[in-house]
Design a protein around this ligand. Structure first.
Ligand SMILES: [Zn+2]
Length: 183
């Protein structure tokens, strides 16, 4: 049995080794944990790499949008039902994002859902929208955003008409309309 200061030193260095080992294991665990995390998606979907993203500060959005456009698209607001200019509107053309002009929906996919908001059964392309889970207001809904600029557009529900069975319930104020032939 060793004794005296040498033994105390050995015990001490043993403890230091143990502590270092634990720190190392901890660091490795964190590294493995982080490595296993899926990359952040922001709700965006495949094919995003091809999307020409539009990124602006809140201040820049405020400058180019009306207060109501800003409230709905950048603050995830909702316009009052039956209040929007495109609710009862059936011209032929393309609806685009009011923030960045990304084409979102064709008038061909618009229908009267009776909800008071413009409703579509499909987006115009896979470069139009992204979706994300929205659990605000004690509801589980699927929010719909512009894939280019993340503007909040509305929500999508599974009670739409064929062929998709989807109802994209979109705020008029988030949309611009370009009539056919005026593109
Ligand atoms: Zn946009």
């Amino acid at each position: 049995m060793p004794s005296g200061p040498a033994a105390a030193g050995e015990v001490m260095s043993g403890r230091i080794k143990l502590v270092l080992l634990l720190v190392l294991i901890g660091a490795l665990s964190v590294a493995v944990f982080l490595g296993c995390q899926a990359p952040p998606t922001d709700g965006r979907q495949e094919g995003d790499d091809a999307v020409d993203r539009v990124i602006k500060t809140d201040e820049e959005w405020r400058e180019i949008l009306t207060p109501e456009q800003y409230r709905v698209t950048r603050m995830k607001g909702t316009e009052r039902p039956f209040s929007g200019e495109f609710n009862d509107f059936y011209e032929e053309g393309t609806y685009s994002c009011v923030c960045c002009s990304n084409p979102l929906f064709s008038s061909d996919a618009k229908y009267d859902s009776g909800t008071g908001w413009p409703s579509f059964w499909e987006p115009i392309s896979d470069q139009s929208i992204a979706t994300a889970r929205d659990t605000r207001f004690l509801m589980v809904r699927t929010a719909v955003m512009c894939i280019r600029c993340d503007a909040h557009l509305g929500h999508v529900f599974k009670d739409g008409p064929e062929p998709t069975g989807l109802r994209y319930c979109i705020n008029s104020v988030a949309l611009d309309f370009v009539a056919s032939g005026e593109e």
